[in-house]
Design a binder for this molecule. Structure first.
Ligand code: ADP
Length: 433
């Protein structure tokens, strides 16, 4: 209040007093008609000045950004100063708001989950890139359109119409499984949060299948062992029969052990907290050793030749050994007696390649794409008879992936197969020449 008296009333009253004193003095000196005329003139000037100031305020309010407040005298100068402050304050909060909005949008665009904002009549107002991907939206094209016209899945339309938003909805949209939840906000707006669950669903299914397959694989040898044990307990048998059954039980026990070992190898390879090593591995000497093992497995039934370039790989020796051993043992197991197996480790333009070529039973084209699936076998009887677990190629694929390589398979039924492990140049360790 005191401030208002000092800054507004005192100068205003002083000016008014001056306006009255000057004509009074002139009136005293020159007579009252001159005094009245002077007063009228001064009042007219004052009114004109006020009008001019009001006009300038109006002009400035129309174009406030054009510059600072115009310089005026009298009480208007304070009004202008105050307006100018309000305008500056407003500009600053607008700039802060714009910056905050830009940051918010950037954060939203980096979210892996989708966010869609709908207005009070369910029209699309805004959405982030993840929501565009999940729901097939295009903000520049779809803004302002009714959401149920954009996403026509009956499940989604029912969800929106029935308005049971306490629960999320999972529905299939353009081949992907999407989880959405509508959250009402402000008075009548809605936020839709979307999450692509296709991959986790796929992993869950794979896990369930793996457990089901593994249980199935283990059940057969367990049933055999239990059957023999029950038989042995309930009846007397001669030594030859007992020996025969013990031998069969031992075989089934070994089969279970191989299965468990392969499952553990796969699990270890797939665990994320177990990155591949980058030690130099001498592939030629590793292959020499593995070919000797394959010859032992073949027991002279096949001709096995090795041709290896002097090049190594960066990686984990145990993992590579397990992958290459699987390829070689498959070649022996799926090649009839008298067949040929050629193992070639060679440099290529893109890097290097290990090719294991056999003249075995071959594989029909329709199976080729599925061979690396866990427990997938073309011929179950032959696989089991030759001590296969159905996990060998799944292990090979995993090891190669971890070494930035890939597996290619060419095969013809009755002619033979070539399994190739292909590595990029970046994985090679070349001898100093
Ligand atoms: P398995 O333990 O049954 O051999 P793998 O994962 O190693 O399992 O191989 C999967 C299937 O691929 C095998 O069951 C077999 O049908 C086929 N296969 C693998 N290698 C060969 C090969 N060299 N020749 C023919 N078929 C093969």
């Amino acid at each position: 209040m005191t401030r208002a008296i000092n800054t507004f009333w005192v100068p205003a009253l002083l000016r008014l007093a001056l306006l009255c004193v000057v004509p009074s003095l002139i009136g005293l000196y020159f007579g009252w008609p001159v005094g009245v005329a002077t007063l009228s003139l001064l009042l007219a000037m004052q009114v004109a000045l006020q009008l001019w100031s009001v006009y300038r305020i109006e002009q400035w309010l129309d174009h406030p950004i054009a510059g600072a407040a115009p310089k005026v005298r009298g009480v208007w100068s304070q009004v202008f100063a105050r307006l100018e402050n309000i305008r500056r304050e407003d500009q600053r909060s607008r700039a802060e708001m714009a910056e905050w909005l830009a940051r918010f949008r950037q954060a939203m665009s980096m979210l892996p989950d989708g966010v869609v904002i709908l207005d009070h009549v369910m029209h699309l107002e805004w959405c982030n890139p993840a929501a565009q991907r999940h729901l097939g939206l295009d903000l520049s094209r779809d803004e302002g359109r009714l959401v149920t016209n954009l996403i026509r899945s009956p499940d989604f339309v029912d969800y929106v119409i029935l308005g049971r938003f306490e629960q999320p909805l999972a529905f299939v949209h353009r081949g992907r499984k999407i989880m959405v939840q509508l959250i009402p906000f402000e008075s009548r707006r809605q936020i839709v949060v979307t999450h692509d669950v296709s991959q986790s669903e796929q992993i869950d299914t794979m896990r369930r299948d793996f457990i089901a397959n593994a249980s199935h694989e283990l059940r057969t040898p367990l049933t055999v062992i239990n059957g023999f044990l029950e038989h042995a307990l309930s009846s007397t048998m001669d030594d030859a029969t007992r020996d025969g059954q013990l031998k069969l039980m031992a075989e089934q026990g070994q089969r279970m052990q191989r299965l468990v070992e392969d499952m553990m190898t796969l699990t270890r390879l797939e665990s994320l907290d177990h990155p591949p090593a980058h030690d130099p591995v001498e592939v030629d000497s590793l292959l020499t050793h593995l070919v000797e093992e394959a010859r032992a497995l073949s027991a002279g039934r096949h001709r096995i030749d090795l041709r290896a370039a002097r090049a190594g790989l960066k990686g984990n020796r145990d993992e590579l050994e397990s992958a290459f051993a699987n390829l070689l043992s498959n070649a022996v197991r799926y090649t009839s007696d008298g067949g040929r197996i050629d193992v070639v480790w060679e440099l290529t333009e893109a890097g290097a390649r290990l090719a294991v070529k056999d003249s075995g039973i071959g594989i029909a084209a329709e199976h080729l794409g599925r061979l690396t699936e866990r427990f997938y076998r073309v011929d179950k009887t032959r696989s089991r008879a030759t001590q296969g677990t159905g996990l060998g190629l799944a292990i090979v694929k995993r090891v190669l992936l971890r070494h930035h390589g890939r597996l290619t398979i060419t095969s013809e039924r009755g002619v033979g197969s070539t399994f190739s492990a292909v590595f990029p140049r970046t994985q090679l360790v070349l001898p100093d020449s």
